[in-house]
Design a protein around this ligand. Structure first.
Ligand code: CP
Ligand code: NVA
Length: 330
């Protein structure tokens, strides 16, 4: 059992030990069981949390809201237009005000240093709901999904295809190193992760008997893999002018039937979502009109296949976020 996480912030997985991450995963399983059996678990009744979103969200916002209500807490949602943060009030002042009223603060937005500063001044736990650099709550859901499917995670091989230096890819590399999962970043040289972060992860991975590999070779990178993962090619906050270049660079790393065939026969496909796998979104249709692409980072065939566990993964966001809030607020 790790030491108590009570009072801690959840800003990035590098701040947590292997045992602490394992504990959060086990706790998530327990909360999932309580939810699925309809067992009430209002363990944090009387507490209040605030959710600060400077970028849009479906899964993360709803997970924090539902998990907060299930735990018996009051929940306030603030979007960028309805708070003073950043434009009229500094991060430090906002943190000190919210910390007087709330027991916990979730933040989704831009630089990692904003969420770190919030945590420094708030005096209550702060949870990172996605920054430009990291998306740590997503990782717990992703590993839980693999754990449920395979029955274990240590020793698996997890490949991220595409923009291998974005927040999700960075976070997968960290969680794999921490949990003894072999990680492969498969993408163009231009989109490889920060060398400093790679170095840190390789040192952690060595201690946990796993490997970190960077490759631009799809065949070699995905051969025999257990998990094939991808994410959108242009992340929130990046300019839309980047689409042309990203399509050129990342199209060869699209997850399609050939990629899945080259992976292990029992491999699963995961994606944090949202995903551009068809023309049922306005952005997807615009890209189609401009570039003629009907599907982007993953083909519709793979997305809709039996190997795709993306909706189990999305559900697990809620159970894992609940575990993080409970562990840090109890
Ligand atoms: N995966 C994820 O964070 O989804 P949202 O952007 O909808 O929160
Ligand atoms: N990399 C994506 C993840 C969305 C959950 C983004 O930052 O937009």
């Amino acid at each position: 059992m790790p030491r108590s996480l009570s009072g801690r912030s959840f800003l990035k997985l590098l701040d947590f030990t292997t045992e602490e991450i394992q504990y959060l995963l086990e706790l998530s399983k327990q909360f999932k069981n309580l939810k699925l059996t309809g067992t009430p678990h209002k363990y944090l009744e009387g507490k209040n949390i605030v959710l600060l979103f400077e970028k849009t969200s479906t899964r993360t916002r709803c997970s924090f809201e539902v998990a907060g209500h299930d735990l018996g807490m009051g929940v306030t949602y603030l979007d960028p237009q309805s708070s003073q943060m950043g434009h009229k009030e500094s991060i430090a002042d906002t943190a000190r005000v919210l910390g007087r009223m709330y027991d916990g603060i979730e933040y989704r937005g831009y630089d990692q240093k904003i969420v770190e500063e919030l945590a420094r001044y708030a005096g209550v736990p702060v949870w990172n709901g996605l920054t430009t650099e990291f998306h740590p709550t997503q990782m717990l859901a992703d590993v839980l999904t693999a754990y449920e499917y395979f029955g274990y995670y240590k020793g698996l091989t997890w490949v991220f295809m595409g923009d291998a230096r974005n927040n999700v890819a960075n976070s997968i590399m960290v969680v794999c190193a921490k949990l003894g999962i072999n990680y492969v970043a498969c993408g163009p040289k231009e989109n490889m992760p920060d060398p400093e972060l790679v170095k840190t992860c390789k040192e952690i991975a060595k201690k946990n008997n796993c490997t970190i590999t960077l490759t631009d070779d799809v065949k070699k990178g995905t051969k025999g893999a257990n998990i094939i993962y991808t994410d959108i090619w242009v992340s929130m906050g990046e300019p839309k002018e980047l689409w042309a270049e990203r399509i050129r660079l990342l199209h060869p790393y699209q997850v399609n039937k050939e990629v899945m065939k080259n992976a292990d026969k029992d491999a699963i496909f995961l994606h944090c979502l949202p995903s551009f796998h068809d023309l049922n979104t306005s952005t997807g249709r615009k890209i189609y009109e401009e570039f003629g692409l009907k599907e982007m980072e993953v083909t519709d065939e793979v997305f809709e296949s039996a190997q795709s566990k993306v909706f189990d993964e999305a559900e697990n966001r809620m159970h894992t976020i609940k575990a993080v809030m409970y562990a840090t607020l109890k």
